[in-house]
Design a protein around this ligand. Sequence first.
Ligand code: NI
Length: 139
Amino acid sequence: MLDSFRFHHIGYAVFSLDATAAIYEKAGYRRSETIFDPLQNVNICWLTKEGFPTVELLAPVDEMSPVNGTLKKSGVSPYHCCYVVERIEDAVAELKRQKYIVVKKAAEAVAFNGSRVCFLFNKDVGLIELVEEPAIMIS
Ligand code: NI
């Protein structure tokens, strides 16, 4: 990772957005609208609560959704951590030097109103997502 990273959210693989979100809503989280994310081939929603880390729920839409592997192996569980970066190309170049592999190249994300995201993997860190400023979530 990089010293300049700012934590943004933790993404959870879930079977059902409604089933999991209901539990968070009871605990005072606000749930966003549901969005289809074509980059990850999942439906997602945001869960936010003042003073708590933002949670993203990712539910499969078909057999091709990448979260299926996680769900089969571990059930509902953390899938990625996301960090905000100023310039995604610079961050990716540096992470490649640190032995990260690009899993999904930088592309505009619906869930962030068009800010670019990318996914990288490192065997000692796991899957991380980068989102470029301004990283404003749909609400
Ligand atoms: Ni995410």
